[in-house]
Design a protein around this ligand. Structure first.
Ligand code: FES
Ligand code: FES
Length: 897
């Protein structure tokens, strides 16, 4: 028994003395508000107060808490109430997984210093990582001593209102339920045994004897999969096994799963299991995989080429070229680093067929399809209930734990739960594709772009995942958001023995933009043009034709973005010039970059369906299958539906993501939920409104008001009637469906790949220490055309978060399998790394979008890295063509000629 004071009350708990306090709080005391992102003191998600000072609960042995005063997010303290209100008001909680730790770290400071400086706040929260927000709104929230949460808008006023996220309260209270926060009491634990080699053959020994020896309920291998031992994103390419059969293709691949009591599965050493390994030479990187005579990783992929993408327009070889720039660019594996590792549980149905999976995900309907195939059952036998999702960014689009849990629960016929460790999450799940990009760009003497050519090889790792999507999206976007009459883009997704690469915010476009924007800077330099000027001269806009032959009829706001940035750009250049006349070692530089990004899947149907129900008991419920991974779709889609229907947002209830209760809204990816699902919600709201008006025989301009079960319908003439919902035979229901109008691309990449595009430009100011090769980003100013900002607070949060991830891509993040599988070797930006960010929101309405809105999430990331690279070049004169620009790389470029 260990005794301490917990949230001002005496507490006694029976726990192993060396058990981490975070584990004791969560598993023995049920206080799951304290989150665990790493179990190693790196992420800060587990931050609590120990005797009033912040501490990582995962590093505190429970015995050390004896006699201490422990305060967690669940405490009722005035300082926590203030911070909760401020986090809500400022939109400082996105996915919310870091929020409890962030609030506790801020409370530590505010208890000592009620009016801290911004620097002191950044310092205080510096040990807590947030992957979503870019920290800007967190700092705003902690600084705000008198937060005011925006009032809920009246009917018709939801779109455009900067309201707090509707699902925000549980996030700031620590009561939101993430994948690791719930499981049936009788659930067994699952632990995956993974390949220690990137390529090897193996043979399994007597697993049944091992099961007995270790006191486990089951040791699962490929032979236990009741259906097909394969999954994958592409309908015709299920190339990844749930459990490897005889051969592994990357380090971290699942080979076995141990199922049993928690202590039992954790006590087993992998080396004691009967697996005989025969390591083989591995192919790392695209050069090795495409070399003459390289062994085939999959029999179906000659030359280890998974897929090729292409786009051709005009005649690149005949284009006028007063000036030409070219280069080869390299990018690294980038880890999503969501703070919530994969977690969840499965519950088998008593009929021996059905299965319920409760887990974090970005794609519940795809999870259902994949799980059903693995179980060998029909899709309607599988129910996916998404938990809160502690960040995704594309990394939770692929199934990970779902098939494993389903197979285990089926075999042992009991609920089974799993929580990936940080290392396991990083070693086994997808990454951003590393790319080798060879690009060339030409312009005429007047600075008009005439031709662009790119050859890009993308390392898709051991399995296909989203490789085809990357290979097809990049050719469309690679020439940038510019008028370029002659384009020839070729891409390949290459199999290797590296960690599988998949979806990550931008699907390859951020990598391509690094190459393109660097060449634009080269051309500007050769022509003696200002870098803003050459972009403005070539910026694509209304009425222009894209390289795929698509006419941009509307919502093409790049020129407006650049115009919005011009005063900031001029001021930034002046500041740099003034500073650099005096400075020698520390030099400033300014950079600029543009981007465009197609919203939704490339040339593929990607529909969404929404349903809104006004019940006879007077409840109004939006059944929304789009999972909110922190970006705010639950709130934004409801805002849209409320205004389409004409009832106040405050009257809505929500059911989100459950495959048994909602329609398929598609995946939360490709910046599609506001645009596609938002439009479906608009149609659903309008549909219900039409039914109500028809019932009331009221005109289009009628106003609605709900009072219990009485629905008041007043038309413009002042007349009206009351519908008694309780007296009706059935509920009133509205449905909406939307599928963006696209066309297939032909063999040369011609067609309409996306219904609409987001546009943005950013400028960055950096300070380079030329003696050390270090780079500090001092300021970023962004301008982004979002069509319509349905919720400006959430839109800004997306832009801030994208910029922070772009900064990491540019300067910090390089995943190396086997070497950086934790958050102290793999660095992501902290509060101290993200500079002040200013944003100009440009609203060039998209006629297809709901109230003019289009996607926001991915576009914000794309221009950041190229703008930072341009700024480094401006500061130093050195062009860097490999990211991340780690200090040793820049130092070498500066000093080793
Ligand atoms: S879980 Fe404790 S620091 Fe990450
Ligand atoms: S809100 Fe901070 S990690 Fe998601």
């Amino acid at each position: 028994m260990i005794a301490f004071t917990l949230n001002s009350r005496p507490c006694e708990v029976e726990a192993p003395p060396f058990a981490p306090l975070s584990d004791t709080l969560r598993e023995r005391l049920g206080l799951t508000g304290t989150k665990v992102g790493c179990d190693a003191g790196d992420c800060g998600a587990c931050t609590v107060l120990v005797n009033g000072a912040q501490a990582c609960a995962c590093l505190v042995p429970t015995a050390q808490a004896a006699g201490a005063e422990i305060t967690t997010i669940e405490a009722e303290l005035p300082v926590l109430a203030r911070l909760r209100a401020a986090f809500l008001a400022h939109g400082a909680a996105q996915c919310g997984i870091c929020t409890p730790g962030m609030i506790m770290a801020a409370a530590d400071l505010l208890l000592r210093d009620p009016a801290p400086t911004r620097e002191a706040v950044a310092d205080a929260i510096g040990g807590v990582l947030c992957r979503c927000t870019g920290y800007v709104k967190i700092l705003d929230a902690v600084m705000d001593a008198t937060p005011e949460v925006a009032a809920m808008p009246a009917a018709g006023g939801a779109v455009g209102a900067p309201i707090a996220r509707l699902d925000g309260a549980p996030k700031v209270q620590g009561t939101d339920r993430f994948g690791a926060d719930e499981a049936p009491a009788d659930a067994l634990w699952l632990r995956v045994v993974r390949a220690p080699h990137p390529r090897a053959r193996f043979a399994l020994g007597d697993l049944e004897a091992a099961r007995h020896r270790f006191g486990l309920h089951a040791i699962l291998s490929h032979g236990d999969v009741p259906g097909r031992n394969a999954f994958g994103i592409m309908p015709d390419l299920k190339d990844q096994p749930v459990f490897a059969e005889c051969e592994v293709r990357f380090r971290g691949e699942a080979v076995l799963a141990l199922v049993g009591e928690r202590d039992a599965v954790q006590a087993v050493r992998d080396a004691d299991l009967p697996i005989a390994w025969d390591p083989l030479p591995a192919l790392h990187g695209v050069e090795a995989a495409t070399a003459e005579g390289a062994p085939l990783i999959h029999a179906h992929a000659p030359g280890n080429v998974l897929v090729r993408g292409r786009l051709t327009c005009g005649e690149v070889d005949r284009a006028e070229a007063a000036v030409t720039a070219e280069g080869t660019f390299r990018t690294a594996f980038v880890e999503h680093a969501y703070i919530e590792p994969e977690a969840g549980h499965a519950v088998p149905a008593p009929d021996g067929v059905g299965m319920e999976i409760v887990a974090c995900t970005q794609a519940p309907y795809m999870d259902r399809e994949e799980t059903a195939r693995v179980l060998g059952v029909t899709e309607d036998a599988v129910r996916i209930r998404p938990t809160a999702c502690g960040g995704g960014f594309g990394g939770k689009l692929d199934v990970s734990i779902q098939p494993l849990l389903a197979v285990a629960a089926r075999v042992v016929n009991r609920p089974v739960r799993v929580i990936y460790s940080r290392t396991e999450s990083m070693a086994s799940t997808t990454k951003r594709h590393p790319a080798v990009l060879r690009a060339r760009m030409s312009a005429d003497a007047g600075g008009r772009f005439t031709a662009f050519e790119l050859h890009g090889d993308f390392n898709t790792g051991a399995y296909a995942s989203w490789g085809p999507t990357v290979a097809n999206r990049v050719p469309v976007h690679a020439s940038g958001p510019y008028r370029v009459p002659n384009v020839r883009n070729r891409t390949s997704a290459i199999y290797t023995n590296d960690t599988p690469a998949g979806a990550f915010r931008g699907f390859g476009v951020p990598q391509a933009a690094i190459a393109t924007e660097s060449l634009v800077d080269d051309l500007a330099e050769k022509l003696g043009l200002d870098r803003w000027e050459i972009r403005r001269r070539n910026a694509i806009g209304h009425g222009d034709v894209t390289p795929s032959g698509q006419v941009l009829h509307a919502s093409a706001g790049l020129p407006q973005c650049l115009d919005a940035l011009k005063p900031d750009w001029d001021a930034m250049l002046a500041r740099v010039a003034a500073h650099n006349t005096m400075a020698t070692r520390h030099r400033l530089g300014a950079g600029i970059a543009c981007m465009w990004y197609g919203c939704g899947n490339t040339s593929m149907s990607n529909p969404s369906r929404m349903r809104v129900v006004l019940s006879r008991d007077g409840t109004l419920t939006l059944f929304n299958g789009a999972v909110d991974i922190g970006q705010g779709s639950t709130t934004v889609i409801a805002q849209i539906c409320a205004d389409a229907l004409g009832l106040p947002l405050s009257t809505f209830r929500f059911v989100v993501g459950d495959t048994a209760l909602t329609h398929d809204a598609g995946k939360t990816s490709a910046s599609r939920q506001t645009f596609v699902s938002g439009r479906a919600a608009l149609e659903a709201g309008r549909d219900l409104r039409r039914r109500i008006l028809a019932l009331a025989n009221a005109g289009e301009d009628a106003t609605l008001a709900l009072d219990g079960t009485r629905l008041h319908v007043a038309d413009g003439a002042g007349g009206g009637r009351v519908i008694d919902l309780a007296a009706m035979d059935e509920d009133l229901e509205g449905e909406g469906r939307y599928d963006p109008p696209t066309t297939a691309l032909d063999a040369e990449g011609q067609g309409i790949p996306y219904a609409t595009y987001g546009f943005a430009a950013q400028i960055a100011l950096v300070r380079v220490d030329t003696a050390l090769g270090t780079v500090k980003v001092e300021e970023i100013v962004a301008a982004q055309d979002v069509g319509r900002a349905v919720n400006p607070t959430l839109v800004l949060g997306q832009i801030h978060g994208g910029i922070a991830q772009g900064l990491g891509l540019a300067l910090m993040e390089e995943f190396i399998p086997g070497r950086t599988e934790n958050l102290h070797d793999y660095l992501i930006p902290t509060a101290g790394d993200v500079p002040p960010i200013r944003v100009h929101l440009v609203e060039d309405p998209e006629p297809e979008g709901p109230f003019g809105a289009k996607g926001v999430g991915e576009p914000a990331l794309v221009p950041t890295a190229p703008a930072i690279l341009g700024a480094i070049r401006h500061a130093t004169g050195v062009t860097i063509r490999q990211v991340p620009v780690l200090p040793h790389r820049l130092w070498e470029a500066l000093h080793v000629r």
